[in-house]
Design a protein around this ligand. Structure first.
Ligand code: G1P
Length: 299
């Protein structure tokens, strides 16, 4: 459990909304959940779960939907596979497969029955979260950071409490939620507002909400009554704006880099970045990518 001041409740649970169709990366996601697409050598979702665990999260709530069963299977035993590998003395592989299984009961899966927006997806986790603070981690967004992005946020949360969201500069604020900053103390930013998918000329800053949140459970009441906003969806950002009226809210410009795997080029960029960052394969990946570029430019 994380160390916290007397007034703060510890952060133990994380919500991972995984119900989306992944329309921007079709046809790759026609029959496979987008969260299961590999980023270099493992499914994208694995990086996000690892980030959660590295920040001390004990229970993960997946908000899932139809055709997402592969995610549940991935975090369970694969008995036939494990047995077959063991019979072939491939014990290192068996150990690797078992290494990311969590203790029984520490992952929950709830269905979002209709695609009504991110705010609605988070609200679907309310019974499992109960009356305690929780993290929201958007699995499209991979954060390459040391310590992990959520770990940096937990450190900030342990100092300031309330609600903390991760932000990062962007050239395309119109694609995201954007904050209106007031002042900053190092990487910690006080805000006066947030807006979901502003027109480029109306964006209050270039700092976008990058997909990691630490929220207090009072957000659930607000989500329950939230009317649809941008894109006619129930937006988490809109309820956060209302929560700001009564609770402390900070943004953290975390140290690291976000890879948005939600579209084809972002996904390509993430694959290259994680291959290059691999301890085992980084050098070979660099040589391979350079050779591929040289060949491509010759043709
Ligand atoms: C969501 C959030 C947005 C955030 C973005 C990060 O938007 O609503 O505030 O900036 O994730 O990826 P979506 O990508 O679901 O449209």
């Amino acid at each position: 459990m994380n160390s916290v001041t007397a007034t703060q409740r510890p952060l133990r649970k994380a919500v991972l909304p995984v119900a989306g169709f992944g329309t921007r990366v079709l046809p790759a996601t026609k029959a496979i959940p987008k969260e299961m697409l590999p980023v270099f050598d493992r499914p994208a979702i694995q990086y996000v779960v690892d980030e959660a665990l590295a920040a001390g999260i004990e229970h993960i709530v997946f908000v899932t939907g139809r055709n997402k069963g592969a995610i549940e299977d991935y975090f369970d035993h694969a008995y036939e596979l494990e047995l077959t590998l063991a019979q072939k003395n491939k014990n290192a592989l068996v150990d690797e497969l078992k290494s990311f299984l969590r203790p029984a009961g520490s992952m929950s899966f709830v269905r979002q029955q209709a695609a009504l927006g991110l705010g609605h997806a988070v609200w679907c986790a309310r019974d499992i979260i109960g009356d305690e603070p929780f993290a929201v981690m958007l699995p499209d967004m991979l954060m390459m950071a040391k310590p992990s992005c959520l770990a940096q946020m937990v450190e900030a949360y342990n100092k300031v409490g309330g609600n903390v969201i991760a932000v990062e500069p962007t050239d395309t604020p119109e694609q995201y939620g954007v904050i209106a900053p007031v002042s900053r103390d190092g990487r910690l930013i006080k805000m006066k507002g947030m807006v979901e998918k502003p027109k480029r000329e109306d964006a209050p800053s270039n700092l976008f909400i990058s997909g990691r949140y630490i929220l207090q459970p009072e957000i659930f009441e607000l989500l329950a009554s939230q009317s649809p906003g941008a894109g006619n969806e129930i937006q988490l950002t809109d309820s956060m704006v209302r929560l700001m009226e009564t609770q402390s809210f900070h943004a953290l410009e975390y140290e690291g880099r976000t890879y948005d795997c939600g579209d084809k080029i972002g996904y390509l960029r993430a694959n290259a970045a994680y291959a290059l960052a691999s301890e085992e394969f980084g050098d070979k990946a660099a040589a391979t990518l350079q050779a591929a570029l040289a060949t491509a430019s010759r043709s």
